[in-house]
Ligand binder design. Structure first.
Ligand code: NAG
Ligand code: NAG
Length: 273
């Protein structure tokens, strides 16, 4: 199989070559010309035609509008094309540049390509626009102790993009729960509330809990934390007392059953003796 593959590839290549070889070669040559550094200059100057875009990387708040300037060394541009998934706004033009507006940037990362044509030659340049917003606030509500369970509720407000958010709860510095929200792909600022319940333990007394929000944006990490909250003391309120006596009752019930079996066995042995 290992050397059958190159052979069949060769056969395939030969077939396509004989089929429409010259047309293909023409097209390839045309496609290559705009990219080659040594292509003829469009004007009398010897400098090759170049296109550049500015700024190349922009990071904005979601919902912002931005301006990009696509410029060249061409004395007089013939045309310009913009390729973007973002909504175009106004356009301004000079003899050798095109400046364009993009409205309401609401995706985390967008690539924008501009193509300028000068004397029949087309060249392009690319810019990237990123939009994000770190949480406005990370608020951990005072923990609620109900029965033998602590409930933590953490609010992360005004964050974007929520799909890149990880919310983590820590007790005494140690992670007790972490949730990645990558399944959420909404295009708006979001508020996130995480509720987590876990069993109370006697050594929880006054331990500090915190909530952390991480936006992990392809290497750029934005981190915010809540103010610490102390876990409530294990108080014997009515609910926990009722639960505790129910479990003691259950335990006692098991002990009694075991006791009855022993007693019957004892009585049986007594009667035999
Ligand atoms: C765009 O860039 C060109 C070249 O740097 C500059 O001359 C022109 O003024 C710029 N246009 C705008 C609207 O900023
Ligand atoms: C998000 O929370 C903030 C602050 O509590 C509030 O003002 C805003 O209305 C909330 N937004 C949504 C979409 O629930």
């Amino acid at each position: 199989m290992g050397f059958l593959l190159p052979l069949s590839l060769l056969v395939l290549l030969a077939a396509t070559y004989t089929e429409g070889g010259s047309a293909r070669r023409h097209r390839a040559a045309r496609a290559q010309r705009p990219r080659g550094g040594s292509s003829p200059a469009p004007s009398e100057t010897t400098a090759p035609f170049w296109v550049s875009i500015s700024p190349k990387l922009m990071t904005v708040a979601p919902g912002s509008s931005v301006w990009l300037n696509c410029s060249s060394n061409c004395p007089l541009l013939e045309s310009s094309i913009l390729h973007t998934g973002l909504r175009p706004g106004q356009t301004l033009r000079g003899p050798n540049w095109v400046s364009f507006q993009l409205l309401d940037v609401k995706t985390w990362s967008s690539d924008v390509h501009c193509f300028l044509t000068c004397a029949g030659v087309t060249r392009g340049a690319m810019a990237r626009i990123n939009a994000y917003k770190g949480p406005q606030s990370v608020i951990l509500e005072p923990p609620i102790l109900e029965g033998r369970q602590h409930t933590l509720r953490c609010h992360v407000t005004h964050v974007f993009p929520v799909g890149f958010l990880v919310v983590t709860l820590r007790r005494g510095g140690r992670v007790i729960y972490s949730e990645s929200l990558e399944r959420f792909t909404g295009l708006d600022l979001a508020n996130v509330t995480l509720t987590y319940a876990f069993p109370a333990r006697p050594n929880d007394l006054g331990q500090l809990v915190t909530c952390h929000a991480h936006l992990n944006l392809d290497g750029l990490v934005v981190h915010s934390s809540s103010a610490p909250m102390a876990l409530s003391f294990f108080t014997w309120n009515t609910t926990s007392k009722a639960l505790a006596s129910a479990s003691i009752a259950a335990l006692v019930g098991i002990l009694l059953a075991v006791g009855a079996a022993c007693l019957r066995k004892y009585l049986l042995m007594q009667s035999r003796a």
